[in-house]
Design a protein around this ligand. Structure first.
Ligand SMILES: [Zn+2]
Length: 192
């Protein structure tokens, strides 16, 4: 897996061991200097404040600006570098897996269609129908915790039968493949 693109700000992807995590909305566990973009762990800065160092200022540049939370608030611009990286990865991906997203929050929601336009296989795993469900080669209407472990084993252990097993066993509501779509038009193939 090349990267994880997330709108979460809780840092849990990294805590779970994921590498190359692109945080489109920043990270609540960090604070940032608005002048030099140096980041500090929120915990360390909280301790500084408790010791009376308030408001906490950047120690790494000459601006001495007050540190700010490293999260994107409603109405604020997304961090450009994060979005450009996510954009580049989406454009060059072979497989784009959407996990547990309703795909309604822009601009992140446009990344899967960007990948699909460039020929990536689009897989969506989420409870409800999304605006991109019709474009997905595999449209799992199911819980990510039911589907992802099976997919992971199928890929990492090359046990492809598990992929089929996952589809059968994980209360998948609908799935279709490009082959099916070609043969049946846009009909959703139901597996119950
Ligand atoms: Zn600074």
């Amino acid at each position: 897996m090349e990267a994880v693109i997330t709108q979460n700000v809780d840092g849990l992807h990294q805590a779970a061991g994921s590498e190359n995590v692109i945080e489109l909305h920043g990270n609540g566990q960090r604070v940032i200097c608005p002048a030099c973009s140096a980041t500090y762990a929120s915990k360390t800065v909280r301790e500084r404040v408790k010791r009376g160092d308030t408001p906490p200022r950047c120690e790494l540049c000459d601006e001495e600006r007050i540190l700010e939370p490293s999260v994107v608030l409603f109405g604020e611009q997304l961090p450009e570098h994060a979005f450009y990286r996510a954009h580049a990865i989406a454009q060059n991906s072979d497989v784009f897996l959407v996990a547990g997203s309703s795909l309604t929050v822009e601009p992140a929601a446009s990344l899967p269609s960007l990948a699909a336009n460039r020929g990536a296989t689009l897989i969506i795993v989420t409870h409800d129908r999304t605006p991109l469900s019709d474009r997905a080669e595999y449209d799992f209407r199911a819980d990510v915790t039911d589907v992802l472990p099976g997919l992971r084993r199928a890929i990492t252990e090359r046990e492809y039968w598990l992929f089929t097993h996952t589809i059968r066993e994980s209360r998948v509501h609908g799935i279709r493949s490009r082959t099916h779509r070609r043969r049946t038009g846009n009909r959703l193939i139901e597996h119950r």
